[in-house]
Design a protein around this ligand. Structure first.
Ligand code: FAD
Length: 313
């Protein structure tokens, strides 16, 4: 019987593990197939406090994992395929094992939203990518398109200019949503060309991507951009399919929590992007991960009839 199972190895899950570990709950953390989560795919994190010169996303999450393991977290490289939250203890099934647990912290994050256009699926991994840090290197002296206008799109476009000879940023509106400081950097970068008011209608190619057909949303005109790769950052969908019908979700599928990260099922907590509505960032993920772990500790103590210490630091 586990005290606490944590699903997800991004900043929220790893922080929950650090806190649960320090509370001597010996947490079991199931990583999923994205070790370190979305944060690990981020080229550079510049806005997480404590790193004045920025830090690579992969390095940051590796440090978090080391810290979690130092306090007794058991990291299991596996993926949860089924969760039964209708009974207590909860039952969590992975490809390799079945666990019973007194409490559960869900930190499964979000996945990139797809464009849903012809060619996107066909060329996934052959020119269509969602991770500049993972795949940017393959585009040395090549031309790429980045789709989107938010922080992730613009930051990764800037990162891609380290390798690519040219980076088109295709955005459906006539102004970016990214933070001003990031926008400014993009505007000053000679390798970046903004393609305004446009959407990708089709990904073109033979063995690999050779171009994208784009459509101007204002006048309906279509044209083709010759590119060797396309990186998409057009929003996200929450990884909550396992919990549908068992937990209260909002209209977009995110887990509903209160300010203490309690879900609609007592003993089940959610942290990070999978429940965050206001700001999906590393800083908010670690905050909610910490709260979720402390609430899980409290839940277990109350379950076992122990008075939970009212901690003041
Ligand atoms: C390109 C890009 C750039 C970004 N840049 C920044 C930045 O500069 N600064 C910043 O603060 N934030 C940035 N972010 C956002 C930041 O990465 C996220 O807010 C943060 O990673 C959220 O952490 P999380 O732990 O909630 O989720 P995630 O990091 O997404 O982790 C989710 C985890 O859940 C696991 N999982 C999912 N399903 C299952 C399952 N069935 N079984 C087991 N495990 C599962 C996954 O394997 C993964 O480990 C960026 C994001 C992107 C995509």
């Amino acid at each position: 019987m586990e005290e606490v199972v944590i699903i997800g190895s991004g900043p929220a899950g790893l922080t929950a593990a650090i806190y649960a570990g320090r509370s001597q709950l010996s947490p079991l953390l199931i990583t999923g197939n994205a070790l370190g989560g979305q944060a690990a795919t981020t080229s550079e994190v510049e806005n997480y406090p404590g790193f004045p010169d920025g830090i690579g996303g992969m390095e940051l999450t590796q440090l978090m994992q080391q810290q979690a393991e130092r306090f007794g977290t058991r990291v299991q490289m596996d993926e949860v395929v089924e969760a039964n939250l209708r009974q207590h203890p909860f039952v969590i099934k992975t490809y390799g094992a079945t666990y019973e647990t007194k409490s559960l912290i869900i930190a499964t994050g979000v996945s990139p939203r797809l464009l849903g256009v012809p060619g996107e699926d066909l060329f996934k991994g052959r020119g269509v990518s969602f991770c500049a840090t993972c795949d940017g290197f393959f585009y040395k002296d090549k031309v790429v398109a980045v789709v989107g206008g938010g922080d992730a799109a613009v930051e990764e476009a800037i990162y891609l200019t380290r390798f690519a000879s040219k980076v088109y940023v295709i955005h459906r509106r006539n102004r970016l949503r990214a933070q001003k400081v990031v926008q400014q950097r993009a505007f000053e970068n000679d390798k970046i060309e903004l393609v305004w008011d446009s959407v990708v209608a089709e990904v073109l190619g033979q063995q690999t991507v050779t171009g994208v057909r784009i459509k101007n949303v204002k006048n309906g005109e279509e044209s083709t951009l010759a590119v060797d790769g396309m990186f998409t950052y057009v929003g996200t969908v929450p990884n909550t399919r396992l919990f549908e019908g068992q937990l209260e979700l909002d209209e977009r599928g995110y887990i509903t929590t209160d300010h203490r990260m309690h879900t609609s099922v007592p003993g089940v907590f959610a942290a990070g992007d999978v429940q965050e509505r206001a700001l999906r960032q590393v800083a908010t993920a670690v905050g909610s991960g910490a709260i979720a772990a402390m609430e899980a500790e409290k839940f277990i103590a109350e379950l076992e009839g122990q008075a939970y210490p009212d901690r003041q630091w």
